[in-house]
Design a binder for this molecule. Structure first.
Ligand code: DP6
Length: 369
């Protein structure tokens, strides 16, 4: 049976919302994430070809605010950061239109959006994951009539993950903190292709605050967007093998996470990162996103691990290296980065982040006694 994710939002109505003295306003801070098992390839309507697993970050986030006004006849988003031609507008408009089919009162209002990232552009941090999830959380908050000081229910976050997925697949994982899985797998109870789930009681305490130093090798804009990248998997000669590999990797990575086996975690996560780039390089429209500096950093990380340092890397679809390590090695890692890796980072740019607790609501609608 299909779950009706949006039933709880359908009793909001625009008159009720707009009759308040002040302009209704909501705001969320939502983090980005880095996948250790990659989502690369999709089917049907924004469903993943294989399950993926990610760490929700903490310091790399988007803060989004929404203000609601009566519709001027063209419902949807009127402005983003004061502009009616913001580059993010078409994507958010499309998501808004989809949400309005599920939550009809959205057809009777306009929203003004302000949105800001905590991290610079083109650094290899997924701004769509944080931006889309922050926007979706805001829309669903506008559709929620808070009646007490109670926390938002799990059904709120399930709907937010489901709807974020429609805007960007990886965004559905950012709705939860810690480690999350998106995509149905027998290895995780309750997992689904429709929405992400948080891994509970499946992560060894040593990994709960896994650290991520983001080494920015180049901030030139990417030559290949991820939507095109996903579509390249449709005719990819290695597609079937890849989807099977991702399932196997997820299985082994979950074992490593649960048992606290750092060595296994490192080997699997690195194989995933390199598989992503191998798939890109062998697509019919070949994408080569790694830079010489990326390869230097990778080989130095592997050398350091052979010498006993607890460290491994992950990559997104770009040249930036995510260097992952347990919290207890922070001092050694800082020294390693300074001595061996900084040289390969553009203007010495490194962003220190770690596994975080998930989105934070900054502003809610007033309580409705
Ligand atoms: C390489 O979520 O950006 O970062 O669903 O088309 O918006 P769309 O794609 P997107 O793809 C992310 C791809 C990846 C791996 C991952 O995050 O799992």
């Amino acid at each position: 049976m299909q779950t009706d994710h949006f039933g709880i939002f359908r009793n909001q109505d625009s008159d009720q919302l707009l009759k308040q003295a002040e302009v209704p306003e909501v705001a969320w801070r939502s983090p980005s994430n880095i996948a250790l098992v990659k989502y690369w390839g999709k089917k049907a309507v924004q469903l993943p070809s294989n399950p993926s697993l990610s760490i929700t970050l903490d310091k790399a986030f988007t803060v989004t605010r929404l203000k609601a006004f009566p519709s001027d006849g063209r419902p949807g988003i009127s402005l983003i950061n004061g502009a009616s031609d913001h580059p993010f507008l078409p994507r958010l408009q499309k998501l808004y239109a989809w949400l309005a089919t599920e939550i009809p009162f959205l057809k009777e209002i306009n929203v003004e959006v302000t949105t800001e990232n905590s991290f610079p552009h083109s650094t290899g941090i997924a701004s769509s994951a944080s931006g889309i999830s922050a926007f979706t959380l805001c829309i669903l908050s506008l559709a929620t009539r808070p009646s007490s000081q109670q926390e938002l229910p799990p059904s709120f976050f399930r709907a937010a993950s489901f709807a974020s997925r429609m805007g960007s697949g990886s965004a559905c994982r950012s709705v939860y903190g810690g480690f999350t899985v998106w995509g149905m797998t027998a290895d995780v109870a309750g997992s689904s292709d429709d929405e992400a789930v948080q891994l509970k009681n499946m992560v060894h305490p040593d990994f709960e605050r896994l650290q991520d130093a983001i080494l920015v090798v180049s901030s030139e804009p990417k030559s290949l967007g991820s939507s095109l990248g996903h579509s390249l998997m449709e005719k990819h000669p290695f597609a079937a093998g890849r989807f099977q590999q991702a399932r196997q990797h997820l299985h082994l990575l979950l074992q490593a996470l649960q048992s606290g086996d750092f060595g296994q975690l490192a080997v699997i996560a690195e194989a995933e990162a390199l598989s992503l780039h191998a798939l890109l390089m062998t697509s019919h429209e070949s994408g080569l996103l790694l830079r010489p500096g990326t390869l230097e950093i990778i080989s130095r990380i592997r050398q350091a691990r052979r010498q006993g340092l607890a460290v491994f890397f992950s990559l997104d679809a770009g040249p930036t290296v995510h260097l992952l390590y347990p919290e207890k090695s922070l001092a050694q890692i800082e020294q390693f980065i300074r001595q061996d890796l900084l040289l390969y980072c553009e203007n010495g740019k490194v962003i220190f982040d770690h596994c975080g607790k998930g989105p934070i609501q900054i502003k809610a609608l007033p309580f409705n006694p």
